[in-house]
Ligand binder design. Structure first.
Ligand code: ATP
Length: 305
């Protein structure tokens, strides 16, 4: 059964009709943890705002829980939870007041749905009298999640929930999402962090408003077409320039402290030839080895198409 369906959904902005979402089609199944993965400006927020009925599409159709995002906006607003990217809570209200406020707006109470938020709420409860504006990034994020959950939504939309949050809180957050999934909540989450993509059941890679690929993280990684090497040497910038003009280079880009490289010829002989070539060009301390591609490699590879 499908929880979210988009059929050729488009959104343009302004007089110039800048295309933010370009004919996007995708389906999220009930109970799935689905990731929208893409850099800033890819169109993730626009998609979330349309699915939560805060923005009208210019083209296409979409449903959430079987409800049409234009015609049935009232039902959708009652049924979904939305945690926007920017901190959306009332800064001057305390933790407790924020949660009570959101519960009241939805005609429910904290007690009624306490089971759903308990795991998360106990972590911020010791500070329940602190104003939201005075909380750390990780605590704000937990409070925003409690508020988005308080009316027991069937589908939860989380827009970049871990942006600007420390690594420990990021990890804890994803563990919370896994526990929520077990409670039959469909979760659609966006992130610019490629490492978080592997924690989703399925992901859509998105860039410039277009979907590049949709699949499980494993299948996306397995579909990487070339042998991938990581390589480094003493002068990294010169190395990048040299590899970009090397005749057998298929692709080469910076990846952390290494360069990631694919060659048109994947034989051992070609590897040896390349190392010899780089030594002749005066590079020292060359380290080169095969490496398993990650989601980020796949993303970069898809962008070249
Ligand atoms: N209200 C608006 N008016 C004009 N352009 C907009 C507006 N909102 C978004 N855009 C543009 O549409 C494109 C998609 O933006 P969107 O916010 O949906 O992407 P995103 O993937 O969520 O990125 P970010 O994390 O930066 O918000 C961007 O180029 C953005 O500048």
């Amino acid at each position: 059964m499908e929880a979210v369906v988009l059929n050729n959904v488009s959104k343009t902005y302004g007089k110039e009709r800048k295309v933010a979402v370009d004919s996007v089609s995708l389906t999220v199944n009930k109970g799935e943890l689905f990731g929208l993965i893409g850099p800033d400006g890819a169109g993730k927020t626009s998609i979330f705002r349309m699915l939560t009925t805060l923005l009208l599409p210019d083209g296409g159709t979409a449903t959430v829980d079987g409800f049409d995002i234009v015609k049935d906006y009232k039902q959708i607003r009652n049924n979904v939870g939305y945690m926007p990217g920017k901190f959306s809570l009332y800064q001057d209200l305390t933790i407790e007041e924020n949660i009570n406020f959101f519960a009241t707006v939805f005609g429910t109470s904290v007690e009624e749905n306490y089971d759903l938020i308990k795991d998360i709420y106990v972590q911020i409860e010791p500070f329940k009298n602190r104003r939201a504006g005075k909380l750390s990034g990780g605590m704000k994020q937990k409070l925003a999640l409690c508020c988005a959950l308080i009316h027991k939504p069937t589908v939860l939309f989380l827009d970049e929930p871990t942006t600007g949050v420390d690594p420990v809180s990021r990890k804890e957050f994803w563990e919370m999402l896994k526990r929520l999934k077990q409670q039959d909540i469909t979760i659609v989450v966006s992130t610019p962090y490629m490492d978080e993509a592997t924690l989703c059941d399925r992901i859509a890679l998105i860039q410039n408003g277009r979907i590049l690929q949709i699949d499980t993280p494993d299948k996306i990684v397995q579909s990487y077409p070339d042998k991938l090497y990581q390589i480094k040497a003493d002068r990294m910038y010169d190395l990048l320039k040299e590899l970009n003009v090397y005749p057998k280079t298929l692709s080469c880009f910076t990846f952390g402290e290494y360069l990631h490289l694919s060659l048109t010829d994947e034989s051992e002989q070609a590897e040896k030839e390349l190392i010899q070539h780089l030594q002749n060009k005066g590079f020292h301390n060359i380290e080169m080895g095969a490496v398993t591609p990650g989601i980020e490699d796949c993303f970069i590879q898809l962008l070249k198409k």
